[in-house]
Ligand binder design. Structure first.
Ligand SMILES: Cc1ncc(C[n+]2csc(CCOP(=O)(O)OP(=O)(O)O)c2C)c(N)n1
Ligand SMILES: [Mg+2]
Length: 338
């Protein structure tokens, strides 16, 4: 690679030019590769730190980890412009980070501090951010799917050019609202991409135990929505497929369903040891770790620079969160009266 990490990341390319460049080249631009690796690595390290904070009692409530699935969010978000929208899930840290979240505000929110994205009142499962057009995580399985369609309808009504990526998993695909949303999006040719993160489990239930048609991408065509299946552990593959779907949506051709096949690296949440998971299958998936797969595409020196920068950013974010105040009762009462 001829150019350095700093050279590439300091280039200021207007958003429209970036879009042209992404579509024009079939080989993945270095800047996109670096951005994806930054986000995969940041999500991995951020969550490993969150586990430590949880064990110290500094994070309360549920903590659903995205470990093993990081390439889906990183690949999908790399195909988006800053003003495109995403809708996240209860397993949403990777979505937030890949859409450009400020790690300080994320850490503070997860630790329930007043300086967090939602004033510390939402925690891990409810982060949203106007600054990055992240319409938010959702504790209700499947509820983000129609929210994404609503946002896409809003864009269409206003004559905008943005698109919406809705993240959800295999369990959510069995909610009735998924079929309704596919149909609605197809009828109105909405600029929405349904990103189905098939991690093969809904809590402890394997997808084969709950689903008649386990080739989940096939659910799309039944509703008039193209369905594509991609290796969700390969960030580059996810990026390329999403980019095509984004172009389709922007040009008014309507929605796409992408089934990204991936696997959790552990149980459903931080306190679930996941002993019901077949340990041989888990080992196979870990052997195809999305972080290692992407790192292998980068020069060692560049990967190390990205990692050093991210490690420092995470350390600063956690210090910020630890030193931030708890939300006050007065502020809380004032906000609900607004
Ligand atoms: C409507 C609803 N039903 C049940 C639950 C309890 N619940 C929380 S997460 C989860 C599993 C979701 O599985 P999936 O959609 O595959 O997402 P994943 O955890 O794999 O990311 C369930 C059943 C819920 N939060 N909302
Ligand atoms: Mg699942």
């Amino acid at each position: 690679m001829s150019t350095s990490w700093e050279d590439i990341m300091s280039q200021k390319v207007p958003a429209t030019k970036q879009a042209e460049k992404k579509v024009a080249s079939s080989a993945v631009d270095e800047k996109i590769l670096f951005e994806m690796y930054r986000n995969v690595y940041a999500t991995r390290q951020f969550e490993l730190q969150c586990i430590e904070l949880y064990r110290q009692g500094l994070i309360r409530g549920y903590l659903h980890l995205y470990l093993g699935e990081e390439a889906v969010a990183a690949g999908a978000c790399a195909s988006l412009e800053v003003d495109d929208y995403i809708v996240s899930t209860h397993r949403g840290h990777g979505h937030c980070i890949s859409k450009g979240a400020d790690l300080k505000l994320m850490a503070a929110e997860i630790m329930g501090k007043a300086t967090g994205y939602c004033g510390g009142r939402g925690g891990s499962m409810h982060i949203s951010s106007k600054a990055t057009n992240n319409l938010g995580a959702n504790g209700v399985v499947g509820a983000g799917i129609p929210i994404g369609c609503g946002a896409a309808m809003g864009i269409k009504v206003k004559g905008g050019t943005q698109v919406v990526v809705v993240f959800f998993s295999d369990g959510a695909s069995n909610q009735g609202v998924f079929g309704e949303s596919l149909n609605f999006a197809a009828v109105f040719k909405l600029p929405v991409i349904f990103m189905l993160e098939n991690n093969h489990y809904a809590v402890s239930t394997p997808v084969e135990f709950s689903t008649g048609c386990c080739e989940l991408s096939k659910i799309g065509p039944a509703h008039g929505v193209p369905g594509i299946c991609v290796d969700g552990n390969d960030a580059v593959a996810v990026y390329k497929e999403t980019l095509q779907a984004v172009e389709r949506a922007r040009s008014g051709e309507g929605p796409t369903l992408i089934e990204a096949n991936t696997y959790r690296h552990g149980g459903h949440h931080v306190n679930d040891p996941g002993l019901y998971m077949d340990q041989d299958v888990l080992a196979e998936w870990k052997g195809r770790d999305p972080l290692h797969m992407l790192r292998g595409k980068l020069a060692e020196s560049i990967a190390e620079k990205i990692e050093k920068q991210v490690d420092e950013e995470i350390a600063v974010a956690i210090e910020f969160a630890k030193n931030s105040p708890e939300p006050s009762v007065e502020e809380f009462l004032a906000s609900i009266q607004e």
